[in-house]
Design a protein around this ligand. Sequence first.
Ligand code: AHG
Ligand code: MN
Ligand code: MN
Ligand code: MN
Length: 335
Amino acid sequence: TESADTRTDITTVTQHILEQQRAHKGSTGDLSLLLTAIASACKWVSNVVRKAELLKVVGVAGTTNVQAEQQQKLDVLSNEIMINLLRGSGRTCLLVSEEDEDALFVSGDERGSYCVCFDPLDGSSNIDCGVAVGTIFGIYAVKDIANPTLKDVLRPGSEMIAAGYCMYGSSTVLVYTTQGCPVNGYTLDPNLGEFLLTHRNIQIGHKNIYSINEGNCATFDKAITTYLHDIRYPPKEGAPAGWKPYTARYVGSMVADMHRTLLYGGIFLYPGAKLRILYECFPMAFLVEHAGGAATDGRTRMLDIVPSQIHARSRIYLGTKAEVERIEQLYAELM
Ligand code: AHG
Ligand code: MN
Ligand code: MN
Ligand code: MN
C-alpha cells in the first residue's frame, strides 16, 4: 500500500464533514462547525492522554463526581477541554457531562442550537496504566433556541442527530455518524495533526466475541446467565460441526470494547445498570444501529428509552443483531 506521506488524495475529517454537508440540502453548516470543534477537542485530549505520564497528570484529582467516583486528573482536564471547545464553537446551548452534576446552559453570544451530552474521558480505571481510553458524545437539536431546557436531552436516543466517540488507543480514532448516514472512522495522523478518513462506512463485523465484566457474575440475571452458558458450552443434544465457544475480550473501557465490537463483531454486555444512558448507552447504541447492529436493555430497544434524569443509568446489551435478538428472546422467555 502507498504510504500516507506520499499520497496526495487523502481526505481529512474537516473535508469529509463539508462534503457530507454539501450532500445535505438545506444544511446551515452549524452541525459541521460543531463536529469540527469536537474533532479539535479530541485531538487536544489525545495529546494530553499521550503525554499524561510526562506532564504528571496521572492519578486522582482528589475530588468526587456526581457518580460518587474519584475523579482522575485526566477526567477533570478532558472535561475542561470539551467544555471550552463546545462553548467556543458558538453552536451549543446545553452541555451534559459525566463529570458535572448539573447541565450547563450556554448563554449570550456563544449560544447555538445544539445540545451535547458527553463522557469526556471513558475508561478511568485504565488511565494510569496506559490502556485505551476514549471520549463519547451524543448530539440533539434544541426545540426552542430561545428557551433550552433539560427536556431537550431527556428524549429517546432515536431523536439524536449525531453521535460518536474518539478512542485513544494504539492510535487515536474518531468514529461518528449523523442520523441516517454511514458510520465513518478517522485516524489521527500525529505528524499532520489531522484526522484522516480511514474507515469508510463501518459495518459491524461477524466474529463471535463477548465482552463482559465476569467479576460481577453473582449478580447476573437468569437471561444473561443462560446466554453466557450457551455461548461457552456445546449444546447438550450434541454440537453441530464446527461449533466453537465464543472468545472473551474485556478492556474495561466502553469505547475500546465497542470499537472492537464494531470492527470485529460480537456483543458487549453490562447487565448491572452502571452505564449512563445519555453519554454512554445512547451514543454507542446509535452507532451500532447505524453500523447494522442492535442495542437493547433486554426488553426495550435502547434508543426508545427515555431517560428520567441526565445521569440516569441502564443495563445494556449491544452488538450484532443475532446476539442482541437472542438476549431479547431470553428476557421474554425467562424473566
Ligand atoms: P468512566 O471511566 O467514564 O466512568 O466509565 C467507566 C465505564 C466504562 O468505560 C466501562 O465499560 C465500564 O465502566 C467498566 O466497568 P467495570 O470496571 O465495572 O467493568
Ligand atoms: Mn464512561
Ligand atoms: Mn468518564
Ligand atoms: Mn467516571
